[in-house]
Structures are given as structure tokens and as C-alpha cells.
Design a protein around this ligand. Structure first.
Ligand code: IPM
Ligand code: MN
Length: 350
């Protein structure tokens, strides 16, 4: 079996962290005896500035030929916000119907967290973020634009099918994870009485019928932010909509040690998935060999898990755990090692 992996380094520090991930991939493939083929794609702000190109439908057709996509980061300060997000990242997520955004929040031993008196035993949960609908659907309009009577409407679009497939993924994931077997729906049922009414009804219907072994909990999104800080141990698996998932996973990344270590996957369980570090392109650290590649290496671990290389993925996680124990900080420039050294140490630990 030869895995076909599309690699998008992207902008800023994206290519640097992806290079370290690929170093680790090489070590893991050698040990676990699998083959892979890489093909690079230059979707990025850099290319957009040069050629005006984003990700076209033809590009999407090419990406469909791969088993999986490995992404660094897309974004550069010279391009106005929104263009690359919509034209590259969201374009791929939507066109490949990567309807799950999976974001583990796991504090490894010896990693600093801003949450006092909480450690790896308390900070270990997973957020399943819906990744294809909600406010990200881009529905809405301006009325009377530019006048004093202007109205800007932005719609949260939630389909029964879209909500149900996300919930089913989360229930299955919770069962497979086999820890506390507790799935928490995060929403705002007290205010968003259409969207989260659908989510809540579907949650209990699907859970009651097909997942009686999984305990169902509910938490408002604002209270969830409070619990992340006060009692993160309360969570096992969380499922939520696109916007809330976006917001709470930045907070989640902070309590697990920062953007330097937070990884995520854009998953189409029946199609082509894409794995990425959650942090951005960090322009100010570009080319300095100081950025933390562990988030990208963690994304590679998730990528291999998705491909079914579970042993290799577990090895990578253990190598990350060994490596962080030698690092005084997860922050860029304060790791006690350079970017390439962190990659070398992880690869050596495989
Ligand atoms: C993320 C990012 C993206 C999102 C942006 C860059 C469009 O914040 O992956 O969380 O909002 O999903
Ligand atoms: Mn985000």
C-alpha cells in the first residue's frame, strides 16, 4: 500500500513546520513499513499575489486523487482578510465536504498550562466541530449598503442531514475513544432557538436510539468557556456547530499549551481529509527556525491515524511526549531548540 499525500506548505512558517512533519513521516514509515508518495501544491497567499489564483475547481479534482492532504498554514498580511480564507482553506473544506473538524485538547506532561492546579489528568478532551454549515455557509446579504439604514444579515444554516452526520460521527468517536463515554452538545439553546433546537432534538433522538451507552450532556457555549478554565475535567467529547467550535478550540488550544502544540483534522470520513496545525502562518517568525513544529507533527499523527496507521500514530504521540519533556516552553523562540531540532528529536524518538 502506497499512500498518496498532497502537501500544501502554504505561507509564512507553514512550509517550515510541514518539513518537520515530513521528517517524522519518513521515520514512521521506515519503522512501520508503509510507503507513501508526496506531491506538493503551492496554494498560498504568495501565489495569489503573483498570479491571482486561489484553489480552482480543477485543483479540487486533482486533490480528490489523493488519500489525504497535509497542510501547513495559509495567510499573509499583504492579502486582505477573507480572500485566502474563503479561496483556499474554506474552499477545500467545503468542496471536499470535510464535514468534521476534529480538535483534540490534550495537555501533555511537563507542558505549561495557564490553568492553575490542572494537569494532564484534567485536560484531555476532544472537540468535534461541524465543518460544513452554520455561519460558515456564507448565507446572508446587505440591505441598503452604505446608508444609515444599512442591515447586514448573516445566516446560520443547519440541515437535519448535516447536523445528524456530525452528531453520529461524534457519538461513534466517543464510543471508540472509550474513556468516560460522555458526549456534550455545546450550543446556545436559550437564544438560538431554531438552530440549536434542531441540534438538541437530533442529539437526543440519535443518541437515544443508537448510542444508549453514551451519556448525553448539554452545555451553553458561554458556560463552556467558563468550564474550560474552571473544570476542564468535566469534558470527554464535545460536539458543536462550526462557529462555536472555531471559538472554543482557540481557548482549548491555550489550555493545552498554546498554538505551538494544537493540531486538528478536517475530515470527510468517506472522502479526502486534510490535517493541519490550528495556528496560522505566523509571519513574524518566518524563516527564523524558531516556530514550534509540534502542532504540525501532531497533525501528522492524526493524519496517520485516519489512514489506519494507528501504531505509527501512537508512536508519534509518544515521541512528542518525550520531546516536550525536554522543552522549557511551547512558544516560538523559547523552546530551547530550533524548529529543525525539535523535528530531529521527534524523528529520533521514533
Ligand atoms: C480555523 C481558522 C479558520 C476558521 C479561518 C482561518 C477561516 O480560524 O481553522 O479555526 O475560522 O475555521
Ligand atoms: Mn479558528
Amino acid at each position: 500500500m502506497t499512500y498518496k499525500i498532497a502537501v500544501i506548505g502554504g505561507d509564512g512558517t507553514g512550509p517550515e513546520v510541514v518539513a518537520e512533519g515530513l521528517k517524522v513521516l519518513k521515520a514512521a514509515a521506515k519503522k512501520h513499513k508503509f510507503d507513501y508518495q508526496l506531491e506538493e501544491f503551492d496554494f498560498s497567499g504568495k501565489r495569489y499575489l503573483k498570479t491571482g489564483e486561489l484553489v480552482s475547481d480543477k485543483d479540487i479534482e486533482k486533490l480528490k486523487q489523493f488519500d489525504v492532504i497535509y497542510l501547513g498554514a495559509v495567510g499573509t498580511p499583504e492579502v486582505k482578510p477573507g480572500i485566502l480564507e474563503h479561496g483556499v482553506l474554506l474552499k477545500i473544506r467545503f468542496a471536499l465536504d470535510q464535514y468534521i473538524n476534529l480538535r483534540p485538547v490534550k495537555l501533555y506532561p511537563n507542558v505549561w498550562t495557564p490553568i492553575k492546579d490542572k494537569g494532564p489528568a484534567e485536560i484531555d478532551f476532544v472537540v468535534v466541530r461541524e465543518n460544513s454549515e452554520g455561519l460558515y455557509k456564507g448565507m446572508g446579504e446587505f440591505q441598503n449598503k452604505g446608508t444609515k439604514d444599512e442591515v447586514a444579515i448573516q445566516v446560520s444554516y443547519n440541515t437535519r442531514k448535516g447536523v445528524e452526520r456530525c452528531l453520529r460521527y461524534a457519538f461513534e468517536y466517543c464510543r471508540k475513544r472509550n474513556k468516560r463515554k460522555q458526549l456534550t452538545l455545546v450550543g446556545k439553546t436559550n437564544v438560538l432557538t431554531y438552530a440549536f433546537d434542531l441540534w438538541e432534538r437530533t442529539f437526543h433522538e440519535v443518541g437515544g436510539n443508537d448510542y444508549p451507552d453514551i451519556k448525553r450532556e448539554y452545555s451553553h457555549v458561554d458556560a463552556t468557556c467558563m468550564w474550560f478554565v474552571k473544570n476542564p475535567e468535566w469534558f470527554d467529547v464535545i460536539v458543536t456547530d462550526n462557529m462555536f467550535g472555531d471559538i472554543i478550540t482557540d481557548l482549548g488550544a491555550m489550555i493545552q499549551g498554546g498554538m505551538g502544540i494544537a493540531a486538528g483534522g478536517n475530515i470527510n470520513p468517506e472522502g479526502v481529509s486534510m490535517f493541519e496545525p490550528i495556528g496560522g502562518s505566523a509571519p513574524k517568525y518566518t524563516g527564523k527556525n524558531v516556530i514550534n513544529p509540534l502542532a504540525a507533527i501532531g497533525a501528522l499523527q492524526m493524519l496517520l491515524d485516519e489512514l489506519g496507521e494507528e501504531k505509527a500514530a501512537a508512536d508519534i504521540e509518544n515521541a512528542i511526549i518525550t520531546t516536550v519533556a525536554k522543552m522549557p516552553s511551547m512558544a516560538a523562540g523559547k523552546m530551547g531548540m530550533s524548529t529543525t531540532e525539535v523535528g530531529d528529536v521527534v524523528a529520533a524518538n521514533i
